[in-house]
Write a protein that binds this ligand. Structure first.
Ligand code: EPZ
Length: 432
């Protein structure tokens, strides 16, 4: 298993290209199941999770053709044709779903197109129990019969799904995405209240519009969908990844560097930019994206609470914690989305960070310098937070279990090395 070795202490300088958003792509790809025509996604990132979704779709019968680099920024964008001319299998097996929870996003489209779907129930994961009860209740409201059998969600509907008024008691990104896709092919109007407003949800809605869906309220908490009988093919470009952008913004700040993030969408990052500025980093718009610099700054701690969009994203919490660990003064970081998303804390503490966790909050007291150590993490964002800490630490850090990073960060070591980081991937052998 690969490891990443970092010698910390070099301020990053240069530019980093931002790829298409993993979490948008993971919702856009299953949208191809809604039509027998071709959906072409451009600016698709090259990541393990994208391959897992492609494998899942292939076994449902989706034909795929990769059309090389889409040429967008010449960075990482790929173009993929997805054609679900005929759906040959409506089961999403345990073996694929257990590897990636986003697999549950085939449920809504399969049910809407084929009238049935069997999807393995995703289990808990490293950041929490993460049930899908809200997805299921909402689909039941649309007329689906749902049974849980032998670890599988067995869903069926006679005829088409029916429009319904759905009020999500809690904001759910995946739930909103599943319902958007299901409602696009349902009979009549569906209203989703307390819908997730995340940019990845809006990206899916815009793609569905391009496929012929009728959706109002995109980007707001109330989505109104008039179901149509059929959708058609489209060509759609995946939105730039705001979490990848934020992660490299922290890399610039934590190394007291100066980096341009090429292709970044600043307008989707208000809460993260505010926190970076509150700590003393300079964030400015450039013609190609945005620039983050902290080469002349003394960074100070600031408090953060994760919330649904437009609040501060839970997917940036671990990275900000690494930054706060090196800022002066204290910061309180409160996680409100997932119940167990502090798995990076003990590893950061092994690098000399001073952190106390009390329930859903962590108090971080900044230290002048972290020190390198062998570390590992059990989820994607925790892993990248350890890479960030390693970039700032004195000496050598080796991050194990790099496969978590490969799920969500494309060529992470190349992008950082191009800005002067001393970082390398060590291939293979016994690294757990
Ligand atoms: C998406 O997960 C993202 N994944 C996550 O990114 C992200 O952390 C999360 O949204 C929150 O922003 C993808 O887009 C593929 P939710 P999702 O449904 O859709 C509870 C990363 O690192 N809930 O908004 O699964 C749930 O347990 C990943 O890239 C229910 O109780 O998140 C959680 O506490 C990790 N019942 C909260 O709601 C349900 O039926 C929010 O979950 C659904 C959710």
């Amino acid at each position: 298993m690969d490891r990443i070795r970092i010698i910390g202490g070099t301020p990053l300088k240069g530019s980093i290209p931002i790829g298409g958003a993993k979490n948008a792509a993971l919702a856009l790809m299953p949208a191809c199941l809604l039509t027998d025509q071709t959906l072409t996604l451009t600016n698709l990132p090259h990541l393990v999770d994208i391959t897992t979704m492609a494998n899942l779709l292939a076994q449902h019968g989706v034909g795929m053709a990769l059309n090389g680099d889409s040429g967008l920024g010449g960075a990482s964008g790929r173009a993929l044709d997805l054609t679900a001319a005929e759906i040959v299998n409506t089961t999403a097996p345990y073996d694929l779903v257990r590897r990636m929870r986003a697999s549950v996003l085939v449920l809504g489209p399969l049910l809407a197109r084929c009238g049935r779907a069997r999807v393995s129930l995703p289990g808990g994961c490293a950041i929490g129990t993460r049930p899908v009860d809200l997805h299921l209740k909402a689909l039941e409201q649309m007329g689906a019969r749902i049974d849980l059998q032998e670890g599988y969600i067995a869903a069926e509907v006679a005829g088409r799904l029916k429009g319904a008024h759905i009020i999500f008691p809690q904001v759910t990104v995946g739930g909103t995405e599943n319902l958007l896709m299901a409602a696009s092919l349902a009979e009549g109007e569906t209203v989703i209240a307390n819908a997730a407003r995340e940019p990845e949800v809006a990206d899916l809605a815009h793609c569905l519009l391009a496929m012929g869906a009728r959706i109002e309220g995109i980007g707001t908490g109330t989505l109104r969908i008039q179901g149509v009988e059929r959708l058609h093919g489209a060509v759609y470009s995946v939105v730039p990844d705001r979490i990848e952008t934020g992660s490299y913004a922290v890399a610039a700040a934590i190394t007291r560097g100066n980096v341009e993030l090429v292709g970044a969408r600043m307008d989707l990052m208000d809460s993260v930019i505010k926190v970076l500025r509150d700590c003393g980093a300079e964030v400015t718009a450039t013609e190609r994206g945005m620039r983050v610099r902290a080469d002349a700054a003394e960074l100070v701690g600031t408090d953060i609470m994760t919330e649904p969009y437009p609040g501060f994203p839970t997917d940036m919490q671990a990275q900000l914690m690494a930054l706060m660990a090196t800022a002066s003064g204290a910061s309180m970081i409160t996680e409100t989305i997932f119940e167990n998303r502090f798995m990076h804390v003990p590893e950061l503490m092994r690098m000399g960070a001073k952190i106390n966790v009390h329930g859903a909050s962590a108090i971080v007291r900044g230290v002048p310098r972290l020190s390198g150590a062998p570390v590992m993490a059990t989820d994607l964002r925790a892993s990248v937070s350890l890479v960030l800490a390693g970039l700032a630490a004195e000496g050598e850090t080796v991050v194990n279990r790099v496969y978590h990073l490969d799920r969500g960060y494309e060529r992470v070591e190349e992008k950082l090395a191009a800005c002067g980081a001393r970082i390398e991937r060590i291939k293979g052998e016994g690294a757990e």
